[in-house]
Each structure stands twice: as structure tokens, then as C-alpha cells.
Design a protein around this ligand. Structure first.
Ligand code: ADP
Ligand code: MG
Length: 397
């Protein structure tokens, strides 16, 4: 990608942080298993901003949500994250048993230089998701400055992502900056030829992104359950496959708009099954020969080869949505093949989407891509060309 374009927002680099209490909204929404952190990717992605704040003499007061608690729920406490965060930072992390009020104030008062405070799960308070001004003010009162590094939550106008910016100077952290920069560049000024690989279960969740990307695209490769609706639009009998009938006209319109400008590739062969199960009977056939009663659950090897070949000429690729039901082993090869093809390219390669990121991570390919977004919903909204409320609320550069 060309030399780092500005995201148009002030970042932590643009403000004085020394001696300040900094409310740092991070995305520490990590999977837990038996009360321990099962995957610390999101914690690691949050470290550069925390280290910067510590190195520049600030007190990071870190806040995040975890899961979807309805009120206080000890099984969704951020306490296990405090331990892991301390190990990764190699610094002491003080955990505050509530994100506002006396427990938070006392932890902040007790913190010595070089220490970090982690506040308890924001969503223990309904005011967080309701973006309640009183709750936002209570959060803001803990600090002198607000830094938002929670890209994964930036598509939600919650108290900790939007509300607090009414009461504190608000700037972006490094992860936020990186995420917005990569995705914004792709949707506004991508290196060309520019290819999008779009899959996933349902076409209805991807239409807005496809429509927004289409004018910039040179190549559109479709897979996953959503491709079935496009196949139906071209007259293919997909048998028992997942199809959104009410979207067939939309798919046809997209194909019409693309004609002559964007190469659209649809699966030419598929893996289909008699049941949605790992031990189902499966057939690999041309897309026009899916057996009666079968449903398409992955793209086939000829399609993987054709998509791999088509991607060779791309200078930029964005991938959102798996090519098949990768969670079940017999239907994982299509997504794995496309992941390997993208990872092998000498191009700007960006992955957005929660499940797509899982595919890439499980194959160990994340380091070979330009950027794997930490925000599923937020990255999709950026591909749709939408302004994220958590980004819009930050101070303009
Ligand atoms: P992401 O989270 O990367 O944005 P989506 O949520 O859009 O991706 O879609 C992921 C889901 O799509 C996966 O759970 C996968 O099993 C499902 N999927 C992919 N292909 C098919 C298919 N042919 N039929 C049904 N579901 C599919
Ligand atoms: Mg998903």
C-alpha cells in the first residue's frame, strides 16, 4: 500500500499524554474457556497503544466489553484478561471491579507510574449499550483524555465508543488507525487491478458491500452459500442449497451492472451433501449437476484453481466470507485453497469478517497477509462505505 495516508482523525501521536490519565477503549472481547483466555489475539493487537502510553508517561485506564452480559455476570468478568495483559505488557495491571464509581476511582488513585488499570466489563452497565449520557459522563470523569483503539466496536454508538467523546478530547489509537487506514484505502483508492472475494452464508448481509465496492472493482469472485443466489439468477438448479429467493433479482441486477466492467466469477464446480453434517454423503460435481436432494456446501477444486488463476493479476484483494461451511472438515477445502492463494500473492491483501479471519488464523496464514481485521461487523460496514460512529466521533486531524 502507498505511504500511510491519514485517516483524517487525530491519533494518540497528535496529543500530549505525559502525566495524563487516559481512558483507553480497547477491544478485549476475547474468547474464554474455563475462566481463562482462550485466544489472546485481541489483547496482543491492543498492546502497541498501551506501550506507547506507558512509555510516554501516561496512566492507561483500559476499558472493554466482553460478551453479551445482561447485567453483572461473573462468568464474563475481564479479571482473567488482566492477568494475561500484565504478562504480555510485562507490567503490573490493577483490576478495578467496576468500570465506574468508587472501585474504578480507587484503582486509578492507587496506580503508580508504569502501572495500568483495567476496568471491569463495560456491559455490566446497561448504560453502555444504551449510550446513556450519565454513564458516559461517569466513565469520562475517570480520565483527562480518551483514546479509542476498539475498531471491533466502532460500528456501535455506545457510551464507551461515542458517548464519552462528548466529555473528553478523543483520538484514535494505533490499531484503530491501522484498521481504518487499510479498509478506507481499499474502498476509496485501491491499487488496481482490485479483486473482491465475497462468500459467507447469506447474500442479504453482503449486498451493501458488493454494491459499494462494485464501481472500484476489476474482479469479483463469489463463493459460499451467498453464491447460490447468484447461481439461481443465472438459471442454475442448486437443488436443496440455501437460497434467498427474494434476493435473486438483486443478484441479477448486480450481474447486469458488472457486465463489461467487472469480471464476475461464480463457482463452476461444488461439493454438495445430502445433509448439513460432517458425516454426510458428499459429491463433487459441476455446478450444473448437483444431485437431487443435495445442498452445496463448498466450492470445488476446479473453482479454487480458476479463482487462484484469476487472482494472479490483482494488486489488491479484499476477502470477506468463507467459500464453504469450513467448520465441517469435508467442506473446508475451498476456503483453505482461497486463503492459500491470497496469502501467496504479492499484493495488498486484506481480510475482513469474523469467520474469514478464523479461516486464515487456523491455517497460520495471517502473517502472510497485509492485514487481517480484528473487527468483523466493523470491517463489513467499512466495505459498505459507511461512517463508523466510533470513528466519526474522534477529533478531526
Ligand atoms: P464472516 O464472519 O467472515 O463475515 P459470514 O458470517 O458472512 O462470514 O459467513 C460465515 C458462515 O457462512 C460460516 O459459518 C459458514 O459455515 C457459512 N457458509 C459458507 N458457505 C456456506 C454454504 N454453502 N451453505 C451454508 N452456509 C455456508
Ligand atoms: Mg460471521
Amino acid at each position: 500500500m502507498s505511504a500511510a495516508p491519514s485517516i483524517g482523525k487525530k491519533t494518540v501521536r497528535d496529543v500530549e499524554v505525559a502525566g495524563k490519565r487516559v481512558l483507553l477503549r480497547a477491544d478485549l472481547n476475547v474468547p474464554l474457556a474455563d475462566g481463562a483466555v482462550a485466544d489472546d489475539t485481541r489483547i496482543r493487537e491492543s498492546l502497541p497503544t498501551m506501550r506507547y502510553l506507558l512509555d510516554h508517561g501516561a496512566l492507561p485506564v483500559v476499558c472493554s466489553h466482553l460478551g453479551r452480559p445482561k447485567g453483572r455476570d461473573e462468568s464474563l468478568s475481564l479479571a482473567p484478561v488482566a492477568g494475561r495483559l500484565g504478562n504480555l505488557l510485562d507490567r503490573e495491571v490493577l483490576f478495578a471491579g467496576d468500570c465506574v464509581g468508587a472501585p474504578a476511582e480507587e484503582a486509578i488513585r492507587a496506580a503508580a507510574p508504569g502501572q495500568t488499570v483495567l476496568l471491569e466489563n463495560l456491559r455490566f452497565h446497561p448504560g453502555e449499550e444504551a449510550n446513556d449520557p450519565a454513564f458516559a459522563r461517569a466513565l469520562a470523569s475517570l480520565a483527562d483524555l480518551y483514546v479509542d483503539d476498539a475498531f471491533g466496536a466502532a460500528h456501535r454508538a455506545h457510551a464507551s465508543t461515542e458517548g464519552v467523546t462528548h466529555y473528553l478530547p478523543a483520538v484514535a489509537g494505533f490499531l484503530m488507525e491501522k484498521e481504518v487506514r487499510y479498509l478506507q484505502t481499499l474502498v476509496t483508492d485501491p491499487p488496481r487491478p482490485f479483486a473482491a472475494v465475497i462468500g459467507g452464508a447469506k447474500v442479504s448481509t453482503k449486498i451493501a458491500a458488493i454494491e459499494h465496492l462494485l464501481p472500484k472493482l476489476d474482479l469479483l469472485l463469489l463463493g459460499g452459500g451467498m453464491a447460490n443466489t447468484f447461481l439461481v439468477a443465472t438459471g442454475v438448479d442448486v437443488r436443496m442449497s440455501l437460497v434467498e429467493r427474494e434476493q435473486v433479482d438483486v443478484a441479477r441486477r448486480i450481474l447486469d451492472r458488472a457486465r463489461g466492467r467487472v469480471d464476475v466469477l461464480l463457482p463452476v464446480d461444488v461439493v454438495s451433501a445430502d445433509r448439513f453434517a460432517a458425516d454426510a454423503s458428499t459429491e463433487t460435481t459441476p455446478v450444473t449437476a448437483v444431485p437431487p436432494g443435495y445442498m452445496i456446501l463448498d466450492i470445488g477444486p476446479t473453482t479454487v484453481a480458476a479463482y487462484t488463476r484469476a487472482l494472479q493479476r490483482a494488486q489488491a484483494v479484499v476477502w470477506n466470507g468463507p467459500m464453504g461451511v469450513f467448520e465441517l472438515e469435508p467442506f473446508a477445502a475451498g476456503s483453505a485453497g482461497i486463503a492459500r492463494a491470497i496469502a501467496a500473492l504479492d499484493a495488498t491483501t486484506v481480510v475482513g469478517g469474523g469467520e474469514t479471519a478464523q479461516v486464515v488464523a487456523s491455517l497460520g496464514l495471517a502473517p502472510r497477509l497485509t492485514h487481517v481485521s480484528t473487527g468483523g461487523g466493523a470491517s463489513l460496514e467499512m466495505l459498505e462505505g459507511r461512517q463508523l460512529p466510533g470513528v466519526a466521533a474522534l477529533m478531526d486531524a
